[in-house]
Ligand binder design. Structure first.
Ligand code: ATP
Length: 323
């Protein structure tokens, strides 16, 4: 394989730049030309590709986001859009593609692979909801940002004897909320996989005060039925049942933009190297991910048809430790 391309797609994640760098320099090291695709599948359809040199990927590893740009591209969900992308790749003589992204992006990668094009996916999403990788690029940095916010909110919550709800990202997956809640010492954790109603949440926060705590923190996943906004609304309507002052903070996109930490840079680098090595060996149609400390390929059809389990026994553990 002499010419490959790399793109970043879906939500940006801290560490994507380190993955692009590793793909580019590994490819060059193996005698390949490596093209960077701007703005994910949208740029692929438009033929927005640029040959990358080793220097082009210098000084990017410490930056969050993706210097190639990312996009959500509805057209690529259609066979027509995918054919257009394949035509652009053929025009440039590109023989292989590395797709850095989450679930949706890997579904797109699988579509191209099914059409016969060699693709290798790299597990990258701050939600950590991608099957085939125990941890995905960006999760560790996003978690640390959430923790910094929780630690700070605890300080102000203690000073005012207030309860705080902190909403973290994760559309359908409670991983970030669960881990941030455990590592941040939250009194309550609310995730989509383990629904907790507002009365139960209020009871748990109240119990924290009754145990003599100066604060009560609830970490809530954005995808929970009762997210922070709904909970605040509920308690505004039923203020007397709460019995204490409740504020909420939604971290939102702040969680994405951080400087990638050592863990994400190293994971992204290992995955980037492995992706190109697989392409070079003719092993494609796979996602490279982290399993038991090793970088392992998983067929894309399994990745996109499987749901990553969340260890719900950790909810019990969090409950015990919150005492
Ligand atoms: P994150 O988890 O960070 O949101 P993601 O990769 O899951 O990342 P999505 O917005 O779901 O983000 O998907 C990114 C892009 O992947 C979409 O805009 C679309 O171009 C492509 N994609 C998503 N689903 C499909 C599909 N079923 N078939 C083909 N392409 C798809």
């Amino acid at each position: 394989m002499k010419r490959i391309a790399v793109l970043t797609s879906g939500g940006d994640a801290p560490g994507m730049n380190a993955a692009i760098r590793a793909v580019t320099r590994t490819g060059i090291g193996l005698g390949m030309e490596v093209y960077g695709v701007h703005h994910g599948y949208a740029g692929l359809i438009q033929g927005d590709l640029k040959l990358l040199s080793a220097r082009d990927v210098g000084d990017v590893m410490q930056r969050g986001g993706t210097f190639l740009g990312s996009a959500r591209c509805p057209e690529f969900r259609t066979l027509e859009g995918q054919q257009k992308a394949l035509n652009r790749l053929a025009e440039k003589g590109i023989e292989g593609l590395v797709v850095i992204g989450g679930n949706g992006s890997q579904t797109g990668a699988h579509a191209l692979s099914t059409l016969g094009f060699p693709v290798v996916g790299i597990a990258s999403t701050i939600d950590n909801d991608l099957f085939g990788s125990e941890l995905t690029i960006g999760v560790d940095t996003a978690l640390n940002i959430a923790l910094e916010a929780i630690d700070r909110l605890k300080v102000t919550a203690s000073s005012h004897h207030r309860a705080f709800l902190v909403e973290v990202m994760g559309r359908d997956c409670g991983y970030l909320a669960l881990m941030a809640g455990i590592a941040g010492g939250a009194e309550v954790i609310v995730i989509p996989e383990f629904e907790t109603g507002p009365e139960e949440i209020a009871a748990q926060l109240r119990a924290a005060y009754e145990r003599g705590k100066a604060h009560a923190i609830g970490v809530v996943a954005e995808g929970a039925t009762y997210n922070a906004e709904k909970l605040v609304h509920y308690f505004q309507e039923n203020r007397e049942r709460l019995g204490f002052d409740l504020r909420s903070t939604t971290l939102g996109h702040v969680q994405r933009g951080g400087t990638p930490g050592a863990y994400d840079r190293l994971l992204a680098t290992r995955l980037g190297v492995a992706a190109v090595e697989h392409l070079a060996k003719g092993e494609h149609g796979v996602l490279v991910g982290l399993q038991a400390g090793r970088i392992v390929p998983t067929p894309l059809d399994i990745v996109v048809s499987s749901k990553k389990p969340l260890d719900l026994s950790l909810m019990d553990m969090a409950g015990i430790l919150a005492k």
